[in-house]
Design a protein. Structure first.
Length: 230
C-alpha cells in the first residue's frame, strides 16, 4: 500500500431519536473497536463529525475495556472534543474512511454533501470506504464522478429492516436503511438478526450491526494491505 497511514472515522452529530424523547448519537463501540484495530495495525486515526465539535454519543458501556481505553486516551479525547466538519477535512490525507453507526446517522449522514465528497475522493484515489450498522446511511447519496452511486451493483451489509423492526424503531427512523441502499442499486446481503456480518466488494467494506464493527475494521486493514492509495 502507499505511505498514507491515516484512517478517518465519521461520526453523527444528531442527538434526538425522532419524536421518542430519547437521545441518540454515534454508537461508541462502533468507533472504539475499529479504533483499536486500526491503531494496532499502525494507522493514525482521525475523527470528523457532521457539525464538528464534540459529537453526542450512545451505547456507552463502562464494562467494555476497549471503550474505556478509547475514552481515556488523551489523543482521542482531544480529537473527540473538537472534531472538524467534513468541509475542513483533506481527503488526500486518508487511506480509508469508516462511517460509524448510531441511529443519529439516519438523520444527518445522507444529506451531508461534504461528507459524501470526502468518501468519494478517498474511494476514487484507490482508498477504502467502510461503514457499519447505521453507518451505511452515509453511503446512500455518495456518487462517483461519473454520477454512479457508489453502492450500485455492489454487495453490502447494513442494519436490516428486520433488525429495525426488532428494536421497535422502524416507524421512527426517517427511512429504512436496507431499502434505501437497495433503491440505490446495492445488493443487500443480510445475516440473522444481530449476528456479525461483514461484506467486502471492490474496496467497499460494510457490516450489519454492532457485532460486525471489529470485523469491518479488520477487513479494512486487509484491503489496505493489498491496495495502492493515491
Amino acid at each position: 500500500m502507499s505511505e498514507q497511514k491515516k484512517i478517518l472515522i465519521a461520526l453523527t452529530s444528531h442527538e434526538r431519536l425522532g419524536d421518542t424523547g430519547r437521545t441518540t448519537g454515534f454508537y461508541l463501540p462502533e468507533a472504539a473497536h475499529p479504533w483499536r484495530v486500526f491503531t494496532e495495525a499502525g494507522y493514525e486515526v482521525d475523527l470528523v463529525s457532521v457539525r464538528g465539535g464534540n459529537p453526542p454519543r450512545d451505547g456507552v458501556d463502562p464494562s467494555d475495556a476497549v471503550q474505556t481505553r478509547f475514552l481515556a486516551d488523551e489523543v482521542v479525547a482531544g480529537k473527540l472534543a473538537a472534531t472538524p466538519t467534513p468541509a475542513e477535512v483533506d481527503p488526500g490525507q486518508y487511506a480509508a474512511i469508516l462511517f460509524a453507526g448510531g441511529h443519529g446517522t439516519m438523520w444527518d449522514f445522507p444529506d451531508d454533501s461534504a461528507l459524501a465528497g470526502v468518501a468519494r475522493d478517498i474511494y476514487e484515489a484507490g482508498g477504502v470506504v467502510s461503514a457499519v450498522c447505521h453507518g451505511p446511511a452515509g453511503l446512500v447519496n455518495v456518487t462517483l464522478s461519473d454520477g454512479t452511486p457508489l453502492v450500485a451493483g455492489k454487495r453490502v451489509a447494513a442494519f436490516t429492516n428486520a433488525e429495525e423492526q426488532a428494536v421497535g424503531l422502524d416507524k421512527v427512523v426517517p427511512f429504512l436503511l436496507q431499502s434505501r441502499l437497495e433503491e440505490r442499486g446495492a445488493v443487500h446481503v443480510p445475516a440473522d438478526n444481530f449476528a456479525a456480518n461483514v461484506v467486502v466488494d471492490d474496496r467497499l467494506v460494510t457490516g450489519q450491526n454492532p457485532a460486525s464493527a471489529t470485523g469491518v475494521a479488520e477487513a479494512v486493514v486487509r484491503e489496505l494491505a493489498s491496495t495502492t492509495v493515491g
